[in-house]
Design a protein around this ligand. Structure first.
Ligand code: ADP
Ligand code: MG
Length: 607
């Protein structure tokens, strides 16, 4: 991980803001304020181009202005996200493309990105550049290592501590007139060191044009985190409190392992967001303490007046919980539940009608080649079915316990008999549920972080690596006879299994010294097809390296079997094998013997 990808190395505020029509929203966001939250960038020599970037440097299709697109790390609703090397800034960045849309949206995209560019906070992902290449708009931001919040299997306490920082980052944005509009786990990346970074401020607004919601829902596929006022299309009711709801829904998801509302399609989910109370978090995960449950539910109250007054208030209540003090949030008592139910009914039907209308508008807009023409007004839209057919519901209920065990961050093991059970259940999956189930698997697979830890951390991370490989293989086994909509989840699982397998099977590293009497040349040293010395030269510095002689010492070799070829001008060549059987991680070994008698060679551990 390079320094550049940490939130600490955010550059100073940008140049001109004259061209931004919404500059008035930025009052109070000046350089002084920014520097108060920014640690100074560490002075260091610019790093050389990493080998992965070099590999694509000659491929013109991977070059976008000054950026080399090294690997696609994701594809959200807006377009693909690429881990990229910035050849000017000499750092890793993430380049996010916006799928080709109309000029109006592109203008909005630029404006929103520019507004966000004014936010400078250690827990907010910095946008470095907004531009266009070959007609495709893109933005460039910090490249964030790690994974979405909740994906690393962190203990509850540290999860809440991380979440407090997220609340403060959102509060900072609100104080500067910026509403996020799309808070959800995948927009909160947590670094391997546990620092959260919030991405995609205000971008939802870009794909949410002309004050309707569901385009965003359909395009971005995340209505689970939308507050009811947004889900029912009352756009004018959207404000900071909408972000508070999404914070609550995000905390709900990372503590229970499932989003509060998740149905077979966006419309059904939106309908539930407007009409139903979420299942109490403790019913899903009884480990969640009651006060934390109360904070989550207060955050996501359907009545926005009952939510926290600000993200800072939510942070303070979470801190009370962490300190073991009583929290302000109260669990809804029987009386309040009744009042809420009475109040919820008219609201629910109004919300539902709005969802129908919004969906109709959405479909119309999505089908329309040019969005400038006003969307048709739909009169007398039919009411939606309140829920799917009962056999769907029954099937879901049978799938739920398996889901809980298969969820990536809960996963421990999945015994063979459960797999049989799962396959049997899959055989009876109602066809309309396929997209929902497939997207659940894909969502889980996407939680397995793409980047593997640096080698020096492999030893201590091995257990987690094995868990990840195990999870991927379980998913691949579970979906073995499925294709179509499940193909993407399988691809991601196969890719992640291959990434983590070397860590999972790694046996550690050792220091090895090869000596011989008499003194000999090391012709080669290899393990399998990996050469450490070849034709007398260390492969790491060939072809210019020096010819290597005994005693030859090499640090950081994998625990493995080796073959070494020693050569002496009079005695000729000797091919010897070094067994890794007895080696242990961190050990220092000497392989020595006499060339006269190859049987005399033995491996001993230096204490
Ligand atoms: N700045 C970033 N650094 C590293 N990875 C990123 C970054 N932004 C996005 N990603 C990856 O790309 C994926 C897609 O991102 P995005 O298009 O924002 O969709 P979403 O947030 O809905 O997942 C994310 O889930 C994440 O894995
Ligand atoms: Mg995102």
């Amino acid at each position: 991980m390079t320094d550049e990808s940490t939130p600490g190395s955010i550059p100073p505020p940008g140049k001109d803001i004259e061209d931004i029509p919404t500059a008035k929203t930025l009052k109070g966001l000046d350089a002084g304020q920014a520097s108060s939250v920014l640690p100074p960038a560490p002075p260091s020599a610019p790093p050389a181009m990493p080998p992965e970037a070099m590999e694509v440097a000659s491929d013109p299709t991977r070059q976008i202005n000054q950026y080399l697109l090294v690997a696609q790390v994701g594809a959200g609703g807006m377009g693909a996200v690429w881990k990229s090397w910035d050849t000017n800034g000499r750092r890793w960045v993430a380049v996010k493309f916006l799928n080709a849309i109309d000029d109006d949206s592109i203008r909005r995209f630029r404006r929103e990105a520019q507004v966000t560019q004014r936010l400078h906070h250690p827990n907010i992902c910095t946008i470095h550049d907004v531009s266009e290449a070959k007609g495709r708009p893109y933005l460039v931001m910090d490249y964030l290592e790690g994974g979405p919040i909740g994906s690393a299997g962190a203990p509850l306490r540290s999860l809440v501590e991380t979440f407090v920082k997220v609340c403060r980052a959102i509060d900072y944005a609100h104080r500067n007139g910026v509403i996020h509009r799309d808070i959800k786990p995948s927009n909160i990346m947590v670094s391997p060191a546990g620092e959260p970074c919030v991405t995609d401020f205000g971008l939802a607004k870009v794909v949410m044009p002309q004050s309707t919601i569901s385009i965003a829902a359909a395009v971005m596929g995340t209505p689970s985190f939308m507050p009811p006022e947004q889900a029912s299309g009352r756009i004018q009711a959207q404000d900071e409190k909408s972000d508070l709801y999404s914070l609550g829904a995000t905390l709900y998801t990372v503590t229970t392992g499932k989003p509060p509302f998740e149905r077979e399609n966006a419309t059904a989910t939106l309908f539930e967001v407007c009409s139903t109370d979420p299942v109490a978090p403790r019913k899903i995960n009884p480990v969640i303490p009651r006060p934390l449950e109360a904070v989550i539910l207060k955050g996501m109250d359907k009545d926005k007046r009952l939510r926290y007054a600000s993200a800072e208030e939510m942070a303070l209540d979470l801190e009370r919980f962490l300190k073991g003090e009583p929290v302000l949030a109260r669990p809804p008592g029987p009386l309040r539940k009744l009042v809420r139910r009475l109040r919820a009914n008219p609201l629910a039907s109004a919300g539902a009608a709005a969802v129908v209308l919004a969906t109709a508008v959405m479909v119309a807009v999505l089908l329309q080649p040019r969005p400038e023409t006003p969307p048709p007004v739909i009169v007398n839209a039919p009411a939606p079915p309140p829920s799917g057919p009962t056999d769907h519901q029954k099937w879901r209920e049978r799938f739920e316990p398996l889901q809980a065990e298969l969820a990536f961050h809960n996963f421990r093991t999945f015994p063979a008999e459960r797999l049989v059970e799962l396959k049997r259940l899959f055989a009876s999956m109602p066809e309309p549920l396929v997209p929902e189930v497939a997207s659940w698997f894909l969502g889980q697979a996407a939680q397995v972080p793409f980047d593997v830890w640096p080698r020096r951390e492999w030893w201590e991370r091995q257990e987690e690596a094995r868990r990840r490989v195990d999870w991927c293989r379980t998913i691949l086994a579970a979906l073995a006879d499925r294709s179509g909509k499940f193909a993407e989840a399988k691809n991601v699982a196969a890719d992640r299994a291959a990434r983590y397998a070397p860590v999972a099977t790694w046996r550690g590293s050792i220091t090895l010294t090869v000596t011989a009497t008499p003194f000999a040349e090391i012709k080669s040293l290899r393990t399998g097809n990996t050469w450490i010395v070849r034709d007398g030269r260390r492969t790491s510095d060939a072809p210019s390296g020096d010819v290597q002689y005994t005693p030859y010492k090499q640090d950081d070799l994998d625990v493995a079997d080796y073959v070494v070829v020693l050569s002496h001008p009079k005695l000729g060549e000797r091919t010897l094998t070094i067994s890794g059987g007895a080696m242990r991680h961190g050990g220092r070994y000497i392989f020595s013997g006499s060339l006269d008698d190859p049987k005399s060679f033995a491996l001993i551990e230096k204490r």
